[in-house]
Design a binder for this molecule. Structure first.
Ligand code: AMP
Ligand code: GLY
Length: 423
């Protein structure tokens, strides 16, 4: 099979690393890719939302399967674009169709879906600029902290958690009337604050059957002790020690099954990953959000633990025979620590040479915001590289990741030194 992966992060390097191990893959392309994918696949410099350019590539290179890394192309309807094109309709696309991608593309859609299918989540109401007064009144009925969410995609920045009622009202106004997050905040979901510890559950579905992948926990804040600004994710651990069988059974019965059944009942075609952001509130799992893709950096700890041939899984998803696959998981723990550019998630410098890559032996380096220029690996983004290690325990794995990091450096390199601190 000739396979194309769309995206350029650590997640896509991890997909390429895993697919590269499959005998079913004869040629692998990544668009646009990074320095990591360039060593195991062919990078093609096109935009992941330029569907016409993707079409040309798929036809020119006779591509059989497309794996969509990030959410944007899915929310814009890349799967539908393939299905509606006579030349592309037989290509296997891993990722949901546009209607189902709304689970990530619209918070209100996701909340209404959960309500309709009795899936546990925080109580909520949605508001737009014409009923902002009702929004203020709804805030007055809630206890702090207040959770405000831009309805649409806002590059991970659209959720605000505020302690003061006055602040919550003023932010609601900024979102609805002053377009704080552009079009994404023309609608705002206000919801009950849930107090608990978060984890992520990853589900594969072919629209009929599902399989649950290992759990993972990511560390979203920039600062140690989970402080400071939100980032795309600073590290991850899999499995999640507190996700025991009792909790996971509740997750499967109350959340995973009704989600897959709900997609079917609502006629929302789905062939791909469902990433369910959960919060464990006194041993009661509740859904914080759905994403219609894998997580980054969670992929960098989940895929290394998957023993199956990933291409066989994707073929089964395409052919709707996922029930015939039995998922096999490595019993070892995997952890990853993200190296980022100093200043991230705010302004940061690029073009710094990353040194020491060849000296790392005990970890897998998944490149993210990094590119090969004249034989040197240079930083190109905020999140630069994920350092993944295995261990009999997560503590042992984390120790290895930090030992490997001691061999790596670039100007203003930063990473969190406390990944796994709360477990
Ligand atoms: P989201 O983009 O929906 O994942 O939200 C970003 C982050 O905000 C989550 O990872 C949680 O840490 C936090 N969050 C979202 N919704 C709630 C809620 N209802 N209660 C508490 N924290 C929340
Ligand atoms: N690490 C969180 C995400 O991928 O959305």
């Amino acid at each position: 099979m000739r396979i194309l992966i769309l995206g350029s992060g650590g997640r896509e390097h991890a997909f390429a690393w895993k697919i590269n191990q499959s005998n079913h893959c004869t040629r692998l392309f990544v668009a646009p890719g990074n320095s990591g994918t360039s060593t195991i696949a062919e990078n093609i410099n096109i935009s992941i939302t330029d569907f016409e350019a993707i079409k040309s590539l798929v036809i020119d290179q006779n591509i059989d399967m497309v794996i969509v890394g990030p959410e944007d192309p899915l929310v814009l309807g890349i799967h539908d674009f393939f299905l509606n094109d006579p030349q592309l309709k037989n290509v296997a696309v891993i990722g949901p169709e546009k209607a189902a991608a709304q689970l990530e593309g619209s918070k209100e859609f996701a909340k209404a879906f959960m309500m309709r299918h009795n899936i546990p989540t925080a109580a909520y109401q949605a508001f737009h600029k014409n009923n902002i007064e009702e929004g203020y009144a709804f805030l007055e009925t809630l206890k702090p902290p207040y959770v405000l969410k831009a309805d649409g995609l806002a590059a991970g920045k659209g959720v605000l958690i505020l302690n003061e009622l006055s602040e919550a009202k003023s932010e609601l106004k900024k979102m609805l009337l002053d377009a704080k997050f552009g079009e994404a905040s023309s609608k705002v979901v206000i919801e009950e604050f849930l107090d608990g510890i978060e984890l992520s559950c990853f589900v594969l579905t072919d629209g009929e059957n599902y399989k649950i992948l290992p759990t993972a926990k990511d560390y979203k804040r920039i600062g140690e002790g989970d402080t400071g600004l939100n980032t795309g994710g600073m590290g991850a651990v899999s499995p999640v020690p507190f996700a025991n069988n009792i909790l996971m059974q509740k997750v499967e019965e109350r959340i995973v099954k009704p989600t897959v059944e709900g997609l079917k009942k609502d006629n929302l075609p789905y062939k791909g990953f469902i990433f369910i952001g959960l919060i464990n509130v006194r041993n009661e799992p509740k859904v914080i959000e759905y994403n219609v893709r894998m997580g980054d950096p969670e992929t960098e700890v989940v895929l290394p633990r998957l023993k199956n041939d990933l291409v066989e899984i994707f073929q089964a998803i395409h052919q709707q025979t996922l029930d015939e696959i039995s998922i096999e998981i490595d019993s070892r723990a995997a952890t990853t620590v993200m190296l980022v550019s100093g200043g991230y998630p705010e302004a940061y410098e690029k073009g710094k040479e990353i040194k020491g890559i060849d000296d790392v032996e005990d970890s897998i380096l998944f490149h993210a915001g990094a590119n090969l220029v004249d034989g040197k690996v240079l930083t190109t983004g905020g999140r630069v590289m994920a350092i993944t290690s295995y261990g009999d325990t997560y503590k042992e794995a984390i120790k290895k990741s930090y030992q490997s990091i001691s061999k790596l450096c670039f100007d203003k390199m930063y990473f969190r030194k406390d990944i796994g601190f709360d477990l």
